[in-house]
Design a protein around this ligand. Structure first.
Ligand code: SAM
Length: 476
């Protein structure tokens, strides 16, 4: 390690900046944010520095640097475009034992300034020790997206409850476990979404429950998207990595399941067509039971939980039992498959609306409002329609749709096994016989399918064998 990472309290301390260009200005602003008393020495002062002098009380000396200028300073920054001046400032600082940073000259620095993510009072700092400031900035950008904006509020809330937590839990281990749980669970999530009062209320409840040993967990109903793990939302990923238990079904892609916390318990509940490992009512009860044991339960579903996902029924049970839950939307198969297949679901010239329907056969027939689905200038997307495909094509034509209407089948959309098969209402059955698509397959009907060839961009690697294999995990 070339540098010791520390955070210094410079409130009301004298910090000297030699130079007044853009770089110096950024450093002065940072010093001010940390409460320093800043003195700037430069022969020509820029408008920005003058403004800080007028508004923030920055002391200015409009002249060149002279020995003795940094006496008594806590730290010094040299940011002039004159190497000799920078070297002179650095030499004097070293002689006086004052911390010195010289812009763009790491060899002259006794400290470097990291890229920071400011969620005050939480500060994350990234440094490459001057080796590559751009790399530090790139890492910072990544962290920016991982550390929710509400972390500052969360830290402030934690600080308000610190004493109470100390008196509630006798041992440091118990305190740590408690903080681990609340800072990643429902309290944190409420803070991030701006529900501070609710967060405080849950915090109080958690503390009361901990005191009486009766903690209650929480359920996160998460849309895992159609298969590509890159399509998960930040929130989904965050909650998935906090799970004590993951309850998942067949449509959740293995790559998505792999993003859940490694040591979380995994429970497969199936839901293959006509082969449900667990009935819906049992799943609802399972979620409630696990949460009552104090666990953070991730209920992971394919696509979006509220689109043909029965997510509503699952949280209905939780709501009735007073179990906290939240719902995280996911990319639904229609949006994911269409995007990855190059089929815009709406288009000014082809379709002004899009309808999502289930093609699931009930008693051997697809019971839908065919008159409405046969209207022109729209796209119709059928979920679970593969078995009912002949009936779908027949009914649409019967209700006036042209036999030449384009239709696409997207199998295992967004995954590396994606297949796109196109045809018309009259010949798609021959395509099916030839290509043998397997579930999960989505059906898109409408003129927008004509654009597929031109707009297709996603290339799944070539298949070694004909016939689909499941992209989805086996029960474990
Ligand atoms: C029970 S529905 C669940 C839909 C899910 N909640 C969603 O929002 O995407 C299952 C159907 O979604 C479609 N589906 C889901 N994922 C798919 C994928 N990756 N590729 C193609 N179709 C998919 C198939 O039509 C499948 O039969």
């Amino acid at each position: 390690m070339d540098f010791l990472p520390i955070f210094i309290d410079i409130k009301a301390r004298v910090c000297v900046v030699v130079g007044a260009g853009d770089v110096a200005l950024r450093k002065i602003q940072l010093l001010l944010r940390a409460g320093a008393s800043v003195r700037v020495i430069a022969p020509r002062l820029t408008a920005g520095v003058r403004r800080l002098h007028a508004k923030k009380g920055v002391e200015i000396e409009e002249r060149t640097y002279q020995p003795g200028d940094i006496d008594g300073a806590t730290l010094v920054i040299a940011a002039t475009d004159d190497t000799r001046t920078n070297e002179a400032v650095a030499a004097e600082a070293r002689r006086l034992g004052i911390l010195i940073n010289v812009a763009d000259q790491p060899a002259l620095c006794s400290f470097v300034m990291p890229s920071i993510i400011d969620r005050s009072p939480v500060i994350a700092a990234v440094s490459t020790g001057g080796a590559s400031p751009v790399l530090a900035r790139l890492i910072r950008a990544r962290l920016e997206s991982l550390i929710p904006a509400g972390y500052g509020r969360l830290a402030a809330l934690a600080s308000r409850f610190r004493d109470k937590v100390k008196t509630t839990f006798a041992t440091p281990t118990d305190r740590r476990l408690f903080w681990d749980r609340v800072l990643q669970g429902g309290v944190a999530e409420r803070v991030f979404t701006g529900h501070m009062e609710e967060a405080e209320e849950i915090m109080r409840r958690e503390l009361d429950a901990a005191a009486s040993n009766s903690g209650i967990g929480e359920v996160y109903l998460i849309g895992g998207g159609p298969g590509d793990p890159d399509l998960l939302t930040f929130r989904a990923l965050r909650l998935m990595q906090q799970a004590d238990v993951v309850v998942y079904d067949r449509l959740v892609a293995k790559a998505v399941l792999d993003m859940t916390r490694r040591d979380a318990e995994r429970i497969y509940v199936g839901k293959e067509r006509d082969n449900h490992a667990m009935r819906q009512e049992e799943i609802n009860q399972l979620l409630a039971r696990l949460a009552k044991q104090g666990k953070r339960v991730v209920r992971l579903k394919g696509g979006d939980p509220f689109i043909f996902g029965r997510g509503g029924e699952e949280i209905d049970t939780l709501a009735a039992e007073g179990i906290p839950f939240q719902v995280v939307p996911g990319i639904t198969a229609a949006a994911g498959c269409a995007a990855y297949a190059g089929i815009p679901l709406t288009h000014r010239d082809y379709a002004q609306s899009v309808t999502f329907v289930t093609g699931h056969l009930k008693d051997g027939s697809v019971n839908l409002n065919w008159t409405q689905l046969a209207q022109p200038n729209q796209t119709v997307v059928f979920y679970m329609g593969l078995i009912g495909l002949p009936a779908i094509c027949e009914q649409l034509q019967k209700h006036g749709v042209s036999p030449d209407m384009p239709i696409a089948l997207v199998q295992q959309g967004t995954t590396h096994k994606q297949r796109v098969m196109t045809g018309t209402l009259t010949n798609i059955q021959q395509v099916v016989e030839r290509e043998q698509p397997k579930p999960p397959t989505l059906i898109i009907v409408g003129h927008v399918v004509e654009l597929q060839e031109k707009l297709s961009w996603f290339k799944a690697p070539a298949r070694s064998t004909q016939g689909a294999t499941s992209p989805h995990p086996e029960p474990r």
